[in-house]
Design a binder for this molecule. Structure first.
Ligand code: FAD
Length: 474
């Protein structure tokens, strides 16, 4: 029998559970990736895809095509509506079965439902299962049988299940057969798009596209920085995290590969501190799964605030302020450093994502959904579940049990960039300013030169925000 395997957010051959299932049906597997205009171009319904992410996607696909050739078969890359294209392709290669890995995003789920319906109507077998999560969302329920809304108890259940399962990785399939090369078109749209993503930070971006690079990054992280992940992960000026977010998001790396590498590192750990650091990194992998299961069980998260009363919040939504924030021109150095890092490299440190999100929402009193969209326009790792989760957490509209969280950007900068190295790297025009003023943002006019004055005063805005919050609390 012939089989069609549909890649989506699993751009790898190694440890791809759906692909392994496809190859178990028959070695005559053909791969397909659909460049869906709804996803890769600005569309009405979906958040945008950043040029950085498009770059990462295209380069990863180019590598994946070579891997398919090496494995003996072919990855087709076609452009259009998957609901139309998948049944057509299955027809052309006379596939008996079509296989893919499931997704949590509402758009993907509805699309998949329609694709499956058409394929089944044509008499084809459809095989789907989970691959992008260590534990399937249906398996993680509270004692009362409900989905989790709070991270702490989710983590306990998740960790217990992962440890009981001890996930292993499956090898890439080999000896595949490309039965009828003439029946299907080759991957032209991909090469045409290679130079049109518009992302200028390809050299600066710390996330590297492709399966091979993801594995290299994982290995070098687990041989080094992982052992000091806690506390190093907190400091944006330190190379202390894995930079694997884009790889995990498009699936050039699987969560099982990440988990297994962490378990191997445990064997090498030489102290309780190092074991603790590894456990903290595992918890970050769990945050990824927490937000994915949340989106799976509560798809309405993608439409607005999880806590109902936040729909009534009287945002000020000053467009000029928003633009200054987006461009890194707010006059608050830690904010501008972080936003410039994102603009230039497509990636931002997690601590800074929390700081700039809190600042946009709580200091500039701007709707968090503006920030959510701006991040998706810029991030190489833009991911609906993680980004929405991060923004709702920062806005206090999400599943965080703490009712209101307000970060003071100056305090955050003092704690996490105490010497000002990170700020000086990204806001070079302030290199000469003394560290105290750099962190507080209180820089005299002479010292400031062309750097903008602060847009707002944190204390004043905090008071204003709290007064507005009081109006929606009741
Ligand atoms: P590491 O510290 O090495 O962590 C390992 C992996 O765990 C990450 O690669 C990521 O897959 C996962 N992870 C870590 N922290 C989180 C988290 N808080 N939530 C979910 N997953 C996490 N992450 C994205 O992948 N895509 C996004 O679009 C995104 N948007 C965010 C928006 C906001 C406002 C905030 C506060 C956080 C956002 N994050 C997002 C989470 C986090 O900032 C990034 O995953 C992390 O900075 C990526 O760097 P890393 O790969 O070096 O992470």
């Amino acid at each position: 029998p012939r089989v069609l395997f549909w890649h989506r957010r699993d751009l790898r051959l190694t440890d791809n559970l759906g692909l392994a299932a496809a190859a178990a049906i028959s070695p005559a597997v053909t791969g397909v990736y659909v460049l869906d205009p709804q996803v890769i171009s600005p569309s009405e319904h979906l958040l945008p895809m950043a040029p950085a992410r498009l770059w990462f996607l295209i380069e990863s696909l180019i590598e994946l095509q070579q891997r398919w050739r090496d494995a003996g078969s072919r990855l087709l890359v076609v452009e259009g509506d998957p609901v139309q294209l998948l049944p057509q392709l299955a027809e052309r290669i006379a596939a008996e079965a079509v296989v893919w890995n499931r997704d949590v995003e509402p758009y993907a789920r509805e699309r998949d439902r329609q694709v499956a319906q058409r394929l089944q109507a044509d008499g084809r077998k459809v095989v789907v299962d989970w691959d992008q999560l260590l534990i399937a969302p249906e398996l993680l329920k509270t004692g009362g049988g409900d989905p989790y809304r709070v991270y702490g108890p989710f983590l306990r259940n998740w960790r217990g299940q992962v440890q009981a399962k001890q996930p292993v990785t499956v090898p890439a399939p080999a000896g595949l057969v490309d039965l009828d090369p003439a029946a299907v078109p080759s991957g032209e749209p991909l090469m045409a798009r290679r130079d049109s993503h518009g992302f200028k930070g390809t050299e600066l971006c710390p996330c590297r596209p492709g399966e091979a690079a993801a594995m290299q990054q994982l290995t070098s992280f687990c041989d080094g920085a992982l052992f000091g992940y806690e506390p190093d992960r907190n400091f944006p000026g330190v190379v202390g995290t894995s930079y694997l977010s884009a790889a995990l998001s498009v699936g050039t790396l699987s969560p099982r590969q990440a988990w297994s590498a962490a378990q191997e590192a445990r064997e090498q750990a030489r102290s309780e501190e190092q074991l603790h650091a590894i456990a903290v990194w595992e918890q970050e992998l769990c945050w990824r799964e927490f937000y994915q299961q949340a989106l799976f069980h509560f798809p309405e998260l993608s439409d607005g605030p999880y806590r109902e009363q936040w729909r009534r919040f009287p945002w000020e939504n000053n467009e000029d302020w928003f633009d200054f924030w987006r461009e890194g021109q707010t006059g608050m150095p830690i904010i501008d450093a972080a936003m410039r890092q994102l603009n230039q490299t497509g990636w931002m440190h997690n601590r800074c994502r929390m700081i700039v999100a809190s600042y946009l929402v709580k200091d500039l009193i701007c709707d968090w959904r503006w920030g959510e969209r701006a991040f998706m326009e810029l991030e190489v790792d833009g991911d609906l579940a993680a980004n929405n989760g991060g923004w709702q957490w920062s806005a206090s509209s999400g599943m965080d049990p703490k009712p209101l969280r307000i970060f003071n950007p100056a305090t955050q900068a003092s704690k996490f960039d105490a010497a000002g190295d990170y700020i000086r790297q990204w806001v070079p025009e302030l290199r000469h300013v003394n560290t105290k003023d750099l962190l507080s943002g209180e820089i005299g006019a002479l010292e400031r030169r062309d750097y903008p004055e602060p847009l707002v005063n944190h204390k004043t805005q905090q008071a204003k925000f709290k007064a507005l919050y009081a109006t929606i609390r009741s």
